[in-house]
Design a protein around this ligand. Structure first.
Ligand code: SF4
Ligand code: ZN
Length: 309
C-alpha cells in the first residue's frame, strides 16, 4: 500500500499531476496551502476585505466558501434560485443544509421574484437560448448583490479554466484571451472578480468537498448537456491521461505568455449608466432591464388576449 509522502500513514488520495500520495489530513492541508498561495500570488484578497462568493450548490463553490472562512477570510455566499425545476430545488436544499451546518451567511435571491418565472420560461418567451438569458441575469444579479462587497469570488477550477482557454484558443478570441486571468480588477461599477481555485483540478475540489463532509448537488444543470465546455473537458482529460501534467502546463504556459494578447484587450468600451437602473452598460438600457421589458410586454399581450371586451 502506498504511504503518505509527508507522514508515512497509509495514503488515501493520489494527485497524479504532482505525483503526490497523501493521507486525508495532509491532503486537506496541502490543498488549502496551495489555494492560499494562489490568493497571495495574484493579490486576490486580504483578510480585511469582504468577499461575496457565488454559490451554485455544486462542490466547487461550496468548497470555496468553506475554505475561505476556514482560513479566516470574510466570505459571504450568494445563491440565485434559477427556477430550473428539480435541479434548482435540489441546489437550494443543499445550500440551506450547508448554511445551517456551517453557520455561514448566504444571501438567496430568486429569478422568479424578478421575472415571475424561471430561466426555461424566460428563454422561451424571448426566444433566446437558456444559457444566454441565464448568463445575463446571473451577471447582473451578482454585481447588484456585490454592491457592499469588495470582490466577487467564483469556484472555477483548473478544468473549467482550461476548457475556456481551449475554446478561446481554437477560435483565436484574442480579446477574451487578454481578459482571461485569475483576478480581474474592478472597473466602473463592476467589482473585482477572483478565482482562487484555478490551479486545483476538479478531482481535487471534489475530493476536498468529500473529505470535509460538504453536502453538495451532484447533478448538473439540465441545460448544460451538449455544452462545448464539457466536450473540451473530455478531450483535455484524455490528453492528461496520456501526458500527465498537461493541464497545469497549459494554464501556466498561457499565463506566462498572456502579455502577447494584452493589446487586443485594450479596446476601450464606453460604459454608461442604464437609464432605468443605473447599471453600467454599453447602450441606454442594460440587457437585464431589456429582458424585463420584453417579459412584461409579452405578459401584457397575453393578458389582453384573454381579457373580456
Ligand atoms: Fe444557467 Fe446554462 Fe449554466 Fe444552466 S447550464 S446554470 S442555464 S448557464
Ligand atoms: Zn438596467
Amino acid at each position: 500500500m502506498r504511504k503518505c509522502r509527508l507522514c508515512e500513514k497509509p495514503a488515501e488520495i493520489y494527485i497524479s499531476s504532482h505525483n503526490l500520495a497523501l493521507c486525508r489530513e495532509d491532503f486537506i492541508e496541502n490543498f488549502e496551502r496551495r489555494v492560499e498561495r494562489t490568493i497571495r500570488k495574484f493579490k486576490m484578497l486580504d483578510k480585511r476585505e469582504r468577499v461575496l462568493v457565488a454559490i451554485s450548490g455544486g462542490k466547487d463553490s461550496l468548497a470555496l466558501i468553506h475554505l475561505l472562512n476556514k482560513l479566516g477570510y470574510r466570505a459571504t455566499g450568494y445563491h440565485i434560485d434559477l427556477g430550473i425545476g428539480d435541479y434548482s430545488r435540489e441546489s437550494l436544499e443543499r445550500v440551506r443544509e450547508f448554511r445551517k451546518r456551517e453557520g455561514v451567511e448566504i444571501i438567496v435571491e430568486s429569478v422568479r421574484d424578478e421575472f415571475g418565472m424561471g430561466i426555461g420560461e424566460i428563454s422561451k418567451r424571448v426566444k433566446q437560448p437558456p444559457c444566454s438569458v441565464c448568463g445575463t441575469i446571473k451577471r447582473y444579479m451578482f454585481n447588484r448583490a456585490a454592491r457592499n462587497f469588495d470582490s466577487i469570488a467564483t469556484g472555477h477550477n483548473l478544468d473549467d479554466e482550461i476548457a475556456t482557454l481551449m475554446g478561446n484558443v481554437l477560435n483565436w478570441q484574442t480579446e477574451y484571451l487578454a481578459r482571461q486571468y485569475p483576478v480581474l480588477e474592478s472597473r466602473d461599477s463592476l467589482k473585482k472578480k477572483i478565482k482562487p481555485f484555478v490551479f486545483v483540478s476538479e478531482y481535487e475540489t471534489a475530493t476536498y468537498a468529500f473529505v470535509e463532509n460538504i453536502p453538495y448537488i451532484l447533478e448538473e444543470c439540465p441545460y448544460s448537456t451538449g455544452a462545448k465546455s464539457i466536450f473540451y473537458k473530455e478531450i483535455l482529460n484524455r490528453v492528461e491521461e496520456r501526458m500527465t501534467g498537461t493541464k497545469l502546463r497549459f494554464l501556466s504556459g498561457f499565463l506566462k505568455h498572456r502579455h502577447l494578447f494584452l493589446a487586443s484587450g485594450e479596446r476601450k468600451i464606453d460604459l454608461k449608466p442604464c437609464i432605468k437602473c443605473g447599471y453600467m452598460t454599453t447602450s441606454d438600457i442594460c440587457q437585464f432591464c431589456r429582458l424585463k421589458e420584453r417579459i412584461n410586454d409579452k405578459r401584457r399581450q397575453s393578458w389582453q388576449k384573454f381579457s373580456p371586451e
